[in-house]
Design a protein around this ligand. Sequence first.
Ligand code: NAG
Ligand code: NAG
Ligand code: NAG
Length: 345
Amino acid sequence: MAFLPPWTGVLVYFFCVSLAGSDFSDLYPPLWLKSPGQFSDYRVENGKYIIDPWVYSERMGMYKILVNKTASYFENFVPDNEQNILWGLPLQNGWQFRTGRLADPRRRKDCGYESGDLLCISVDSWWADMNYFLCALPFLAAVDSGIMGISSDEVMLLPPPKDQTNFCLNVSSCQSSFPEIMSKWNAFYQHLQYPSSSFEDLLKYLWAAHASTLENAGKIFEDRLEYYSKPEADFGKNWCVAVEYLAASLFPTTLIITHEFQRGLPPRMLVNGDRAPFISDFTDFQNTVLLVLSFLPRLDNSSGLLSLTGWKFLMKTQEARKEVLELFEIILEIFNPKFRYIPNV
Ligand SMILES: *[C@@H]1O[C@H](CO)[C@@H](O)[C@H](O)[C@H]1NC(C)=O
Ligand SMILES: *[C@@H]1O[C@H](CO)[C@@H](O)[C@H](O)[C@H]1NC(C)=O
Ligand SMILES: *[C@@H]1O[C@H](CO)[C@@H](O)[C@H](O)[C@H]1NC(C)=O
């Protein structure tokens, strides 16, 4: 890796010191250690690994294999694969699980609830469906690109109990149904394997694939948002806009940075009456993030430099991206003093 923003090193260094000898496992998503970590942990039928992505631990296992198989491309002075920018995906899935967002939003079944089948992922959940596209497609594209160590026809995902035509289940069907998304993920894995790719190059390809995935999946599952309270549905929509802003700034989705950023996300589903920044069981950080998100669609509509178009234009220069990352750092520092900035000496 040719280039790492210097402040990343500083954050990591400080975090290591504050952990004083412990490891990164506190930062892992729920049930990470118990999820499958290699293909042989899954069932085999007719020479294919069979994975049920509608069971939380099996979906998380796909990420675990992906993060493991890409680790060697992110080797650095930091141990434990911390710099792998694919950490953003499993961490977001873990946050969705922890906050009840993968459960049946209409509560017609026990899917995803402690009183029923906690590990069940509901096909009626907007979050779960959007996440499917951010799990199955990056995973299958990685298989296709050869870095997972199995061939393209050796793995099959199980369909959900309904609406099966919305979901592709293997490399060939994903390629024919979603060629544009698959080719963007393939481009990311290709650049991952080039020794000349910089950390920023990889973020560029990762975010291009991520944004294309959300844009396509967003259209398919728009109607699912009707199952939610207005504040939660608005949050979901605003989140998609926020991701575009993060994408343009090439936000580095490594383990520690994603984990710190996630402290600002709602710790439960939003209900009617929740209004940031006045939600009493949320932290200041969570209230602030929610408030900022609620402004984004209005900002995006404006004609100024902070509209998404203006923002994308601004973020074309490395200097501007650096400024934004430093701003992120200051925000993290305000809400978590552990991240106090240490100047490079
Ligand atoms: C990847 O998984 C293998 C087998 O489970 C394990 O031995 C190895 O340490 C893992 N590598 C990383 C970087 O996590
Ligand atoms: C891929 O899945 C489709 C159904 O979605 C199936 O018809 C096809 O045979 C599968 N291909 C492989 C190589 O398993
Ligand atoms: C953005 O602008 C469009 C068209 O001018 C309008 O219909 C929409 O309600 C606006 N959205 C927000 C969030 O202001």
